[in-house]
Design a protein around this ligand. Structure first.
Ligand code: C5P
Length: 425
């Protein structure tokens, strides 16, 4: 039996929600309700409870209710969350990630798709603030139905702002519940980049994924630098894959020839020290993937002016200093600051897996993607990659894939990992 959690906000359209409960129940869908404080001004918990045949949750700090069925359980046990009517105030608080009442706390805790049916005065609906919030929520993966044009409750007012009709909401709910089924079963090993649940909430919606990519350039003087052959293709593909699954993505990249992935916030840096500063500033994140080929060393004191070649003088000696290990720095952060999943790459030319395993424990990393970059493997600058995923549970040898497929498989695995750890809260 499918379970829907219906959050009823404070608007005159709340009366339609009583009918919505009935129609959903007729279709064999279990409906639990949260009635906001505003909602209680229009309909009573008694009426909602009688129709839904379930306890109606009203207050975040209702100790009895928390003991019986807390907000985390309400969030977790729903296959779909409906917000109807979604008032301007509720949308604003959702967009900001507030959790100061039961409705918003549940909305923040849930990983189920969310369908909002806005209802408000047309002037409030068209206000720039509301439109900004709706745009933000849509980008976070919230689905919207309505509002419709028509007469308002206030006499003589008309415009866009009426809550969608129950007859429209019900089929959309059924469609989203079906989409959720496909999304749960559909996360294949490689095909995850294509697995967009039709109309459903994407698996990384509401998550922040941080990715480093490309080489670093370590200056010798204003015109010369130390670099490496990293193309940034793998890291950029990972950022793009995370964006496709609905994450907010920050990509911090060294100098590369390839284009910024679409829909991703990209920061361009040159040196390892700049990359570390940008990574620290971008935290917190749920997942951090370190695919950059960071230079191990920099020139200890880069010259301020171009180093001149003087006739008969010996060539200058370069004194190197060790660069910060960005991956290890982030992996060893206190739990409060550390991303839940820290993933590193290990490019090795021999004993690929053994070296990767050593690196995983030395750097306190959750997963290491190990790849063979020995001569002839064609990994550097190439399109294909043969990798091994090294985790605490062991080693998986993945088949040769394109870098895009590796990215999709890796991000798919990360999404599943996060979903499982939410379920086990
Ligand atoms: O030790 P090694 O350089 O092989 O480790 C590779 C992994 O560590 C990669 O994930 C790389 O992005 C990361 N790394 C880093 N900062 C460094 C060196 C490596 O983030 N200074």
């Amino acid at each position: 039996m499918k379970r829907v959690l219906l959050i009823i906000g404070g608007g005159i359209a709340a009366y339609k929600s009583l009918d919505l409960i009935r129609r959903l129940k007729e279709r064999g869908i279990a409906v639990r309700c949260v009635l906001t404080k505003g909602g209680q001004e229009f309909i009573t918990p008694l009426a909602v409870g009688a129709i839904s045949n379930e306890h109606v949750a009203t207050d975040l700090f209702d100790l009895n209710a928390e003991r019986e069925i807390g907000h985390i359980r309400l969030a977790r046990e729903a296959d779909l969350v409906i917000v109807a009517p979604a008032t301007a105030d509720l949308l604003a608080r959702m967009a900001q990630g507030h959790a100061n009442d039961l409705a918003t706390a549940v909305l923040l805790a849930t990983r189920a798709p969310v369908l909002a049916a806005p209802a408000m005065n047309p002037a409030m609906w068209t206000h720039a603030a509301t439109q900004r919030n709706v745009k933000q929520l849509a980008a976070d993966g919230v689905e919207f139905i309505g509002p419709n044009a028509g007469e308002m409750a206030e006499r003589g007012e008309a415009g866009v702002g009426r809550m969608a009709e129950v007859a429209e909401i019900v089929p959309r709910v059924e469609q989203l519940l079906e989409g959720e089924d496909e999304a749960r079963g559909g996360f294949g090993f490689i095909n995850v980049s294509e697995a967009r649940p039709p109309g459903g909430r994407l698996p990384l919606a509401g998550r922040h994924v941080l990715v480093t990519s490309g080489p670093t350039h370590e200056p010798i003087d204003p015109v010369r630098y130390i670099a490496n052959r990293s193309s940034g293709k793998q890291g950029h593909a990972i950022a793009a894959a995370a964006q496709k699954l609905g994450a907010r993505v920050t990509l911090i990249t060294g100098p590369v020839e390839i284009a910024d992935p679409e829909g991703v916030a990209v920061q361009h840096v040159e040196t390892a020290q700049e990359m570390l500063a940008a990574v620290e500033a971008a935290l917190p994140a749920d997942v951090a993937v370190f695919a950059a080929a960071v230079a191990d060393w920099r020139v200890a004191a880069a010259a301020e002016g171009k180093i001149k070649k003087a006739k008969g003088a010996p060539p200058p000696a370069l004194h190197l200093a060790e660069n910060p290990d960005i991956l290890a720095t982030v992996a060893k952060l206190k739990p409060r600051r550390r991303p839940q999943l820290v993933i590193g790459f290990a490019a090795e030319t021999d004993s690929v897996v053994e070296n990767a395993e050593r690196k995983r424990s030395a750097k306190a990393v959750d997963w290491i993607v190990a790849n063979d970059v020995s001569q002839g493997s064609g990994v550097f600058g190439g399109e294909r990659n043969t990798v091994h995923l090294v985790t605490a549970q062991g080693v998986e040898n993945w088949p040769q894939m394109s870098k895009t497929e590796v990215a999709a498989a890796l991000i798919g695995r990360a999404a599943r990992y996060l979903a499982q750890s939410v379920e086990s809260v």
